[in-house]
Every structure is written in structure tokens, then in C-alpha cells.
Design a binder for this molecule. Structure first.
Ligand code: FUB
Length: 318
């Protein structure tokens, strides 16, 4: 069990012959997984205007049937990276008017904020032939973790086969970009100001190596990062890793940079990268509570960059 106190580390350094003291605040994290009262996966992290870090995961159902029965979303938030609040269920497949009649399949979501409205994006099939009928639903609210109402889905996304895991990245100039993908294909487009329609045809993201799913885009020091899960397997079992690529544009082309999260013991891997209070974090899931590849639990660890902007492999802590 890790110490849960926030510590102040003093760093001494010498600059141009002068001796100086700089205080660097480092947050000590709590134990992983950080949500233990229910199974959670696919965490998307965002810091909103109230200064809290919100995590939008999907929810594994026990006993599982693959990922078929996942029918609801909860939201979690923290202001110290140790104590997490469960805001409760924000959406259920029974509330999706255009969704498949048997529900379930509420897979990896994301959330974005623009002009006082939170937009919650979730992949969900519209028909019985679930893997051919994916849509990306949009629910909106004035609040980050309650009162979401399904508004519809993003139109004109084309071939729906295996296309899941929406990610919406809002750039510094306010322009929002929509990413999603699956089955080897990752595509993106600018979103219109209404955050519910694409403003241009989808474009394939070039330069990714062995893309599987779980696209996530963040920006640091002017560099765009597209991270995603690959198809890696070990002993004939899924053991996906999280990879990343960089670009000077949110639409690529991308330069493949490598793996930043090794397999976590689950059948899938899925994560996000977020800055909170001056430090960077990798959110991801593992299966350490259940010991079962599709009963997953969300985790967080520190993420460190090298001086050239490349990402160090994340140390997965318990
Ligand atoms: O949780 C269901 C699916 O498993 C997600 O959409 C994928 O990214 C994988 O983690």
C-alpha cells in the first residue's frame, strides 16, 4: 500500500553559477486499481473547469459474456489522485432509442466540453448484427457527471464494421477533432461547432503501426500524440500493448514512436493520457482483481516524457 500523502520534493540545482532551490510538487498515488467496488475499463481522463479530474470508463458486468453485457456507464472524479468519487450511473443502453434491442455493448466512451455543454460520446450497435452496426452516440448535459440525455448519433461515418472507441480532442483554438477506429482502421475528422456532426469527410490516420483500437489524442508542448492499442498477443492470447505516434498536426501524418504500456494481463488494453496539476498520468485497465481477461479494473500511474518529447514506458504499480 502506497503512502497517500502529497509530498513536496525539494530539488537543488545550479544555474549559471548561481545556486538555487526549486520546489517540485509530486503527488503520491493510491493503490491500483483505484476503483474496486465494480469492474471498470477503458478510462478516458479529462480535467474540467471545476478543477477536478474526471474519468469516463466503461463498466464490465460480472459474470461476463465477453464484452456483450456491458450496458451502463459510471463517472468517477478526484481532486487529489487518491480519493475517488463515484458519481453513479450516467447512461444505460436502455436509454438509447436507436440502440440494438437487447442492449449491452456500451463500449469505450469519451467526453468533451464546449461552451457550457458536456458531450458524452459512446459506441453502441444499432442492430442485432452488432459488429456491423456500430454508431457513435452523443449524449449532452450541463454537468460533467449527471443529467446526460441522448441526442442522437454522429451521422455520415460510413462503413461501421468494427468501428468503436470514439475520442474527441479539442485543440487550443477550440477546434474539436473526432477520432475512432477498429479492425486495423483509424480515421478522424474535424467536428462542427455543434460537436455532433463531422465537418469534413473522415480521413485515415497515416503512419500508425499495427493499430487495433482505443485511439486517444493529447497535446503537449505543441506536439500531438495519438495513442492506441495494438494486436499483440502472447501464448495465443490477447495481450495488447498501448503504442503512440506523434505529429505536428492533429490530423497527422503520424510518426510511430513505440510502446508506452506493456500488456496488463487483460484480453484488451485501452488507455488515456492526461495532465493534472502539473503532472502527467496514464490511465489504463488491468485484471488484477478478477484474474479474468474481461473483468477489468481501471488504474492510474505517472507518465514521464523524455526531453525530446518521447514517452517512457509506464511503470505499472499495484
Ligand atoms: O470495453 C469494450 C472494448 O474492449 C473497448 O471498446 C475496447 O477498446 C476494448 O478495451
Amino acid at each position: 500500500m502506497k503512502n497517500v500523502l502529497t509530498t513536496l520534493a525539494a530539488l537543488s540545482f545550479t544555474l549559471m553559477g548561481c545556486s538555487s532551490q526549486k520546489q517540485i510538487e509530486t503527488t503520491t498515488l493510491g493503490p491500483n486499481p483505484f476503483i474496486t467496488h465494480m469492474y471498470t475499463a477503458d478510462p478516458s481522463g479529462h480535467v474540467w473547469e471545476d478543477g477536478r479530474l474526471y474519468v469516463y470508463p466503461s463498466h464490465d458486468i460480472d459474470p461476463p459474456r465477453g464484452c456483450d453485457l456491458m450496458d451502463r456507464y459510471h463517472v468517477f472524479s478526484t481532486d487529489d489522485m487518491v480519493h475517488w468519487k463515484d458519481h453513479g450511473e450516467i447512461l444505460n443502453s436502455s436509454q438509447v432509442p436507436w440502440g440494438r434491442k437487447d442492449g449491452g455493448f456500451m463500449w469505450a466512451p469519451d467526453c468533451a466540453y464546449k461552451n457550457g455543454i458536456y458531450y458524452f460520446y459512446f459506441p453502441h450497435p444499432s442492430g442485432d448484427d452488432w459488429n456491423k452496426t456500430w454508431k457513435v452516440g452523443v449524449a449532452t448535459s450541463k454537468y460533467p457527471a449527471k443529467d446526460f440525455k441522448v441526442q442522437g448519433y454522429i451521422e455520415d461515418l460510413g462503413d461501421a464494421f468494427a468501428m468503436i472507441d470514439p475520442c474527441v480532442f479539442v485543440d487550443d483554438d477550440g477546434q474539436a477533432y473526432f477520432y475512432y477506429g477498429g479492425g486495423g482502421r483509424c480515421v478522424a475528422a474535424k467536428l462542427k461547432d455543434n460537436m455532433m456532426e463531422i465537418a469534413e469527410p473522415l480521413k485515415t490516420m497515416e503512419g500508425l503501426k499495427d493499430f487495433h483500437e482505443a485511439a486517444w489524442v493529447h497535446k503537449r508542448n505543441g506536439i500531438y500524440y495519438l495513442s492506441y492499442a495494438d494486436n499483440h498477443s502472447e501464448n495465443n492470447k490477447g495481450a495488447n500493448r498501448l503504442n503512440y505516434a506523434t505529429s505536428d498536426s492533429p490530423m497527422g501524418p503520424w510518426k510511430y514512436q513505440g510502446v508506452y504500456l506493456e500488456p496488463t494481463g487483460c484480453d484488451t488494453s485501452h488507455g488515456s493520457i492526461v495532465e493534472y496539476k502539473g503532472e502527467w498520468y496514464a490511465l489504463y485497465h488491468n485484471c488484477s482483481i478478477s484474474g479474468r481477461g474481461n473483468l477489468r479494473s481501471i488504474c492510474v500511474d505517472k507518465l514521464y516524457y523524455n526531453p525530446d518529447g518521447t514517452i517512457q514506458v509506464v511503470k505499472q504499480t499495484k
